[in-house]
Design a protein. Structure first.
Length: 306
């Protein structure tokens, strides 16, 4: 296969660099890989065209637990870039891969014109509760970042955890120190795990910037709540805390998905208003392959378009 034409595809670090010269934060959406052909078609032919009207700077595509969507992630990122000329980033994890596997994935990504990689340790495969280092692979994402840096001219992002990674038994301050290690290995920007209390993000940001000397862009990840059950499930998986006022409101909306979605838009809008006011370089919305909440939030913020 000949290399893809990447002339319109930009490096994500450049979006954040330009943010310093303007007022509009960098806007990005995260998708997951659909499980069916019908889901693929809806994402490409319905969801993406509608989200493009909001003028995102880039989108990212998840990798799946245990690296279960490797081929589909790369295929989807390539299709988004080729069909819509929109910069897209592929997630890549350590799970289940030897070094040779990672090298092969990076070679394929380069051939497909993929220039941006979000390097993650990753979630265990289905049926496993803890991460197990693959034989001949990597245990930590900083090792993956270093490997990517040595094996291709990619722009590399990494994940940050305002409340600390749930697997880090030493506590959040230790986890934030590991973030600095990832940046020292070559990560050029940070997308955070979801959070519902902005004070958690500000404490995290101030610590890594002021105490650890981090200078790369730190972009908050925001999840618009769609239902009470959904947010409980998500927070159990990632360890994020649901603040008491949010939990109390959701308890009243347990059987009211419409009401929960409206509350999610309201809460995420307030989060984003404060985050933008406090000078974040961008907003990364976990849109869950849906349009409604992302569109409403950006319209509320006056950011739905250039």
């Amino acid at each position: 296969m000949p290399p893809a034409d990447t002339s319109s595809i930009q490096l994500i670090r450049d979006f954040y660099a330009r943010r310093l010269q303007g007022d509009r934060p960098v806007i990005s959406f995260e998708f997951f890989t659909p499980k069916t052909d019908e889901g693929d078609k809806k994402l490409m032919e319905v969801t993406l065209p509608e989200l493009l009207q909001l003028a995102p700077d880039y989108v990212s595509v998840t990798y799946g637990a245990g690296g279960s969507t490797r081929a589909k992630t790369l295929t989807l990122v390539e299709a988004i870039q080729r069909r819509y000329g929109l910069t897209a980033m592929a997630h890549l994890t350590c799970v289940g891969h030897m070094e040779d596997d990672i090298a092969e994935i990076l070679s394929e990504a380069k051939t497909l014109g993929i220039r941006n990689i979000l390097a993650l340790r990753g979630d265990p495969p289905a049926g496993q509760t803890e991460f197990v280092k693959p034989k001949g692979g990597f245990e930590y994402s900083y090792q993956l970042i270093e490997f990517i840096r040595r094996h291709g001219d990619f722009c590399i992002g990494t994940a940050g955890f305002p409340e600390g990674h749930m697997a880090c038994r030493e506590g959040k301050l230790a986890d934030w120190g590991y973030l600095k290690q990832k940046i020292d290995m070559g990560a050029e920007f940070v997308l955070t795990q979801l959070f519902f209390d902005n004070s958690e993000f500000f404490e995290f940001r101030d610590h890594v910037v002021q105490r650890l000397g981090v200078t790369v862009p730190i972009c908050p990840g925001v999840l618009p709540i769609l239902s009470a059950k959904q947010v409980v499930r998500f927070t159990k998986l990632c360890g994020a805390r649901i603040p008491a006022p949010v939990r109390a409101r959701l308890e009243l909306l347990t059987d009211d998905e419409e009401g929960a979605t409206e509350f999610g838009i309201e809460h995420a809008t307030k989060q984003c208003e404060e985050l933008v006011r406090e000078g974040v370089p961008g907003l990364h919305l976990y849109c869950l392959n849906k349009v409604r909440s992302a569109r409403a939030i950006l319209k509320n913020l006056g950011l739905a378009g250039r």
